[in-house]
Design a binder for this molecule. Structure first.
Ligand code: PEP
Ligand code: CO
Length: 452
């Protein structure tokens, strides 16, 4: 039976449901200790930030703002390092300025960071040379080396992950609050790739115009632009390991509500969105904005059930549906989903994840995604929503500020053969710095062209 009653809900209520994709901890006492420790430590984020984000997402839901959500497929503990975090922030901030300029609406920045340490896996175990061990589920759970000790899920890692998340967000907040970098200095923008693009002039025009607008704004207000636009920055991750989320969930008496304070905006992955499952049970009880990934396996009734269960009060900005159908399936899948939600009479925020439906294997055997398919899915998403009287309120991208070669295409025309050069992801392929910026420029350019 579907429940929309929250009076008896507790952060542990999920434990009476079937929880997919959870580690099998062998030491129950150690797990209990880790959860108790984590429950006592201060939260990563606070409730008023969560409420502020929900308000801003409500604006995106009304078509008055746009969400840029992006970051690594999976963060790692060794990747918690200043240069990498700064680059990640830089690409997100630059993309957000380009989008702001092109879409002419405020852009809400949400990193896939400070907690994106756990991954769903297609199999519970992995077998090599006749030896079977638990699958590696991300640094929050176990370690990648193929030994029994490394693969045994270790509850202490919940604490190590919490610490890395806190360090990451602390550094990010300080960078954002301190101005980070002069976004209007042309040398700060690595636009070398632009000369390879047929849209060279359009890109240069956008970059110059952003720079002029920033000068103008800063001159006018006497404030640096991050202050003038009070450019907030929020964190998000897949809420996968429920002991981690549970332990950071707090009751805020002033609000008379529960909040998952491990992050601002957790999302439910496609593999854990069962209507009667533990993840939906957990997330229905917290008041954060929640994302749910939806793929081609989702049907109308299931989606309507999720909308009713996760947002029974129809709170604006509460529920984001992150569709990830792939460029080849979005035209057949998305209209049905828009209709299904429309029948509920409820509002949702629609977000396009153009990454997870476009994964393929390259000729060399590496997992990759083609830039053209990513762009095409976003364009189709804009068009389908527009034609159906709905609105695309954001994009969800796997990207890095580093010069990796994981996705093919883009202005430099990376080929399958180029992937070997700097393929660093152990999970999904990410857009690199240039490809990310190019994607934002293309979205901006086409929005500009549509307006005429
Ligand atoms: C992800 O976002 O990395 C992911 C696993 O996505 P999905 O749940 O949509 O497959
Ligand atoms: Co991924």
């Amino acid at each position: 039976m579907r429940s929309t009653d929250l009076t008896t809900w507790q952060p542990t209520s999920w434990q009476s449901r079937i929880a997919q994709q959870q580690p099998h901890y062998t030491d129950a006492a150690a797990l209990e200790r880790a959860v108790a420790d984590l429950s006592r430590l201060p939260p990563i984020v606070v409730s008023w930030e969560v409420d502020a984000l929900r308000e801003r997402l409500a604006a995106a839901q009304r078509g008055e703002a746009f969400l840029l959500q992006g970051g690594d497929c999976a963060e790692t503990f060794v990747g918690c390092e200043s240069d990498r975090i700064a680059k990640q922030l830089k690409v997100l901030l630059q993309m957000s300025l380009v989008l702001l300029h092109g879409l002419k609406k405020p852009v809400i920045r949400v990193g896939r960071m400070a907690g994106q340490y756990a991954k769903p896996r297609s199999a519970d175990t992995e077998t090599r040379d006749g030896v079977t061990l638990p699958s590696y589920r991300g640094d929050l759970v176990n370690r990648p080396e193929f030994t029994p000790a490394a693969r045994n899920p270790d509850p202490e890692l919940l604490l190590r992950g919490y610490e890395r998340a806190a360090l990451t967000l602390n550094f990010t907040r300080a960078l954002v609050a301190g101005g980070f970098a002069d976004l209007h200095h042309p040398e700060y923008w690595d636009l070398g790739f632009v000369k390879h693009s047929p849209l060279k002039e359009a890109f240069q025009r956008i970059a110059n115009s952003i720079s002029d607008s920033l000068d103008f704004l800063e001159g006018l207000s006497g404030l640096r632009v991050h202050e003038a636009t009070h450019a907030g920055f929020f964190a998000s991750h897949e809420g996968l390991v429920l002991h981690y989320e549970q332990a950071q969930t707090r009751y805020i008496p002033r609000q008379n509500r529960w909040y998952d304070l491990s992050t601002h905006m957790p999302w439910i992955g496609m593999r854990t969105a069962q209507l009667d499952g533990a993840h939906v049970e957990f997330f229905r009880g917290v008041s954060n904005p929640i994302g749910v990934k939806i793929g081609t396996a989702m049907d109308s009734e299931w989606l309507q059930g999720l909308v009713a269960t996760l947002n029974p009060q129809n709170v604006p900005g509460r529920l984001a549906l992150i569709h990830r159908f792939g460029a080849k399936d979005i035209e057949s899948a998305l209209p049905r989903m828009i209709d299904a939600v429309r029948q509920t009479g409820q509002g949702v925020l629609w977000i396009c994840d153009p990454m997870h439906g476009n994964t393929e294997t390259s000729t060399g055997g590496l997992k990759t995604r083609r830039f053209d398919n990513i762009l095409k899915e976003i364009e189709l998403a804009f068009r389908i929503h527009r034609e159906m009287g709905s609105a695309l309120g954001g994009v969800h991208i796997e990207l890095t500020g580093e010069d990796v070669t994981e996705c093919t295409g883009g202005a430099r025309g990376l080929s399958d053969a180029d992937l070997q050069r700097a393929y660093r992801s152990t999970v999904d392929p990410r857009l690199n710095y240039e490809q990310s910026l190019e994607l934002a420029l293309l979205i901006a350019e086409r929005a500009h062209a549509r307006r005429g």
